[in-house]
Design a protein around this ligand. Structure first.
Ligand SMILES: NC(=O)c1ccc[n+]([C@@H]2O[C@H](COP(=O)([O-])OP(=O)(O)OC[C@H]3O[C@@H](n4cnc5c(N)ncnc54)[C@H](O)[C@@H]3O)[C@@H](O)[C@H]2O)c1
Length: 363
């Protein structure tokens, strides 16, 4: 019997994952199956993937006999992640779930508990931009004291017209409906951002001091379908470690009347570092320090040990972990920490009160 990779949801990201199967060391032995209720999605998937077994629903697909190295990729919209993941784990298979792992922390905890009961691995696709070569280099520079004591991070990405469901992937209207997507651009990108920040600063606790969301208006805003998610949001966060508190000024926009901007910078008492945290391949890290009162900038080129594109990372890394290897992917309790952060940010917006995320007590 051959191991099978099962896809629940055969849309845009499932096609991307299916493209990555060829990169797996055991690609020749792997079979592919997919379940999607939409005929057009199944047809498009069948056109892109050879010899795929297709199903209209996940229940009939998961009734197939189980191979110990099978895994399921949950690649449907977020409101399905909890129930589909539970069913997949209970079928006896490991699960790689798309980001966000779940729209709420309660759902994420329930998924984690089921994985433990079923003795299966639950992994998150938020490893696309996790431990990227640039961020790994930044961590080493901080550990080596290159910027002294870190005290502030700016983590800001702003697009003027890049709203999922409108300008980006306009056919996927679920992105605009909070009952389907769980939230807006913070829910969409937060899973990557809070995993990366967590790994970079390694806090015991995070305080969400203030948070806000907005939906700036444009001339093409949909009016006849649900559109209740934020396209711009931000938060003031304090990452607390044994040694220091690091303030994080966080912002993300898929729609703003302000200017487009990408700033990822960590400032310390003796220097500052800027870099592109999303870059899975070769990148440049800029270290600014002081020499005799003048700003001195050094550009450090970073080359990854292995070239795997951001979209290939979840499947390649999860496959490695399922086969007993090591990979930079968040599984188990680590898979749910960014859900806790996003939950706390939305709670802070709703209640208007600071929230605390105690990383040791999440699960
Ligand atoms: N599109 C991207 O660039 C991208 C990138 C990274 C992660 N993701 C994540 O991947 C997930 C899916 O996004 P997408 O862009 O592929 O969406 P999509 O709209 O392209 O496809 C979703 C598919 O899921 C199917 N579906 C809905 N409910 C289902 C169910 N219960 N069982 C099986 N199939 C079901 C739909 O029919 C649709 O074909 C989301 O969690 C999203 O955040 C998307």
């Amino acid at each position: 019997m051959s191991p099978t990779i099962y896809f629940i949801g055969a849309g845009a990201i499932a096609r991307n994952h299916a493209d990555s199967v060829g990169l797996l060391p055991n690609a020749d032995e792997i079979e592919i199956a997919a379940a999607d209720p939409t005929p057009e999605a199944r047809e498009r998937f069948a056109a892109a993937v050879d010899d795929v077994r297709l199903y209209e629903d996940s229940e009939s697909m998961l009734a197939e006999p189980v191979d110990p190295n099978d895994f399921v990729v949950v690649a449907a919209p977020p409101f399905t992640h909890h129930d589909e993941t539970i069913a997949a784990l209970e079928s006896g298979r490991h699960v790689l779930c798309e980001k966000p792992l779940a729209p709420t922390l309660d759902e994420a905890k329930s998924m984690l508990a089921t994985a433990a009961e079923a003795d299966r691995i639950l992994g998150s696709c938020n490893c696309r931009h996790y431990r990227t070569p640039g961020t790994e280099r930044v961590k080493r520079l901080i550990d080596d004291g290159a910027i002294g004591e870190p005290y502030h991070v700016t983590w800001s990405t702003r697009r003027q017209r890049g709203r999922p469901g409108i300008e980006y992937q306009p056919e996927s209207k679920w992105f605009l409906d909070s009952s389907k997507g769980g939230g807006g651009i913070i829910m969409d990108w937060g899973p990557y951002e809070f995993a990366a920040l967590d790994d970079l600063i390694d806090p015991d606790r995070i305080d969400v001091m203030d948070a806000w969301t907005a939906q700036p208006e444009t001339g093409v805003d949909p009016e006849k379908i649900p559109f209740d998610v934020e396209t711009h949001g931000g938060a003031t966060l304090v990452y607390r470690t044994d040694e220091h508190d690091v303030r994080v000024t966080y912002e993300r926009a898929s729609g703003t009347h302000g200017e487009e901007r990408d700033v990822t910078e960590i400032e310390g008492t003796e220097g500052a570092i800027r870099w592109d945290w999303t870059e899975a391949g070769t990148s440049t890290v800029t270290l600014a320090t002081d020499e005799g009162g003048d700003v001195v900038e050094e550009e450090i080129d970073v080359t990854p040990d292995e070239e795997i594109g951001a979209h290939d990372r979840p499947l390649v890394y999860f496959n490695r972990v399922v086969r007993g290897g090591d990979a930079p992917i968040r599984t188990g309790e680590e898979a749910i920490t960014s859900v806790a952060m996003i939950d706390a940010i939305y709670q802070c917006v709703e209640l208007g009160e600071p929230q605390r995320v105690d990383l040791a007590k999440i699960a």
